[in-house]
Ligand binder design. Structure first.
Ligand code: MG
Length: 374
């Protein structure tokens, strides 16, 4: 079997990047790359497509992953938009391989530990920035079947000096009040997650962390900027609140120092940019050697989300998968199979390959037509 075509499409309003790989035997694979400037163009860049993919057997996924990186070796091959494009293509190669072998992708990744994948809903409180509004939103999402829910504690615009990373006393008090109201409003068995979006200095975010230690959060995410692992480790070691990070790291090499230093309690790679599914398996295994759970970051449409579900099923240390797009019309209609998330879980597909089918009509309607369609 040989690859004959690699194409991409950029959707809107969410700029999801879908990838299609076609073969001379009629099998077609689909994947999704983390969106970002130029990613859909990199997917079809001749250096990547022609040098590493066209004419090759798509079932040699790991070899092609390495070939894609070396073909882009002058272009920041191991991270950024290039690795996002490679990740989406890698998923499509697994889809083809699964179809060719007659098994789901999770089978090819080592088999499954679980039949359904727990997802958490990432929420935004809306315009009303009061603890009561946060609590009301949390209860509404919980009532729709989610038992893990995330909110952000971003700097409030009117109070922000975003350069020195400090938190005013007012905001420390506000964040503590919001988190306590959220915790109070939810069923005790519903998990609460808080994301600080890399905004704060260790000494400042620890003021918030110390005050919420008894509220039993599932995690506090990205308390400090991601580049300095020692600073992250300092926060992780200083508080009983579990610390989660990982969405800014690429490939197992990007995760090695973080995991080996145990600088976070939970890791959250985004597999649509961190290297795809097999690289995700390797990152998960490295984390598992330190008993660190894997909770992937995910803002993909349903294609990328389901692809990552295969990985989540195939590793022991999976914890929970992010979901961002409740009530998003395109998300809900982009696969022929509908209602993928039921009761806060995605049932693991059992059909060969990815196991869900792109709804071409929705894709065409959402596509940036001026940029082509696969
Ligand atoms: Mg985050």
């Amino acid at each position: 079997m040989k690859i004959t075509h690699v194409g991409a499409v950029l959707l809107q309003p969410m700029p999801w990047v879908l990838v299609k790989v076609k073969t001379d035997e009629g099998l077609v694979g689909i994947g999704e790359a983390y969106h970002g400037a130029g990613v859909h163009q990199i997917v079809t860049d001749p250096r990547l497509r022609d040098r590493a993919l066209i004419g090759q057997d798509p079932r040699n996924v790991d070899k092609l992953f390495h070939d894609m990186m070396s073909s882009m070796s002058a272009s920041g091959f191991y991270q950024g938009a290039v690795m996002s494009a490679i990740s989406g293509i890698e998923m499509a190669l697994w889809d083809i391989t699964g179809q060719a072998c007659g098994v789901p992708i999770w089978q090819l990744l080592g088999g499954k530990f679980r039949d359904r994948i727990r997802v958490y809903n990432d929420c935004h409180a809306g315009d009303d920035e009061t603890p009561e509004a946060y609590a009301e939103k949390a209860r509404a999402v919980e009532a729709r079947g989610f038992d893990a829910i995330k909110f952000d504690i971003d700097p409030r615009p009117d109070r922000r000096d975003r350069y020195n990373r400090t938190i005013s006393n007012d905001d420390v008090a506000f964040f503590i009040e919001v988190i306590a109201a959220l915790r109070d409003s939810l069923n005790p068995n519903t998990d609460l997650l808080i994301d600080a979006h890399w905004n704060y200095a260790p000494v400042d975010i620890l003021k918030v962390a110390y005050a919420i230690e008894d509220l039993n959060l599932m995690w506090l995410e990205d308390p400090v900027p991601p580049e300095n692992i020692e600073a992250m480790a300092k926060v992780t070691q200083a508080t009983r609140v579990p610390i989660c990070t990982g969405e800014n790291f690429y490939t197992r090499h990007g995760f090695r120092d973080l995991i080996e230093a145990q600088a976070a309690d939970i890791i959250s790679p985004d597999h649509a940019k961190a290297g795809g599914l097999l690289e995700g398996r390797k990152i998960a295994d490295l984390a598992d050697m330190y008993y660190i759970p894997l909770s992937p970051h995910n803002i993909c449409g349903p294609i990328g989300t389901v692809a990552v579900c295969h990985l989540c099923a195939a590793v022991p240390n999976f914890q929970v998968l992010e979901f961002h797009h409740l009530d998003n019309e395109v998300w809900n209609t982009l696969t022929v199979e509908r209602d993928l998330i039921r009761n806060g879980h995605i049932d693991l597909p059992t059909k060969p390959g990815l196991g869900v089918t792109l709804d071409e009509e929705t894709a065409r309607r959402a596509a940036r037509e001026d940029l082509g369609f696969f």
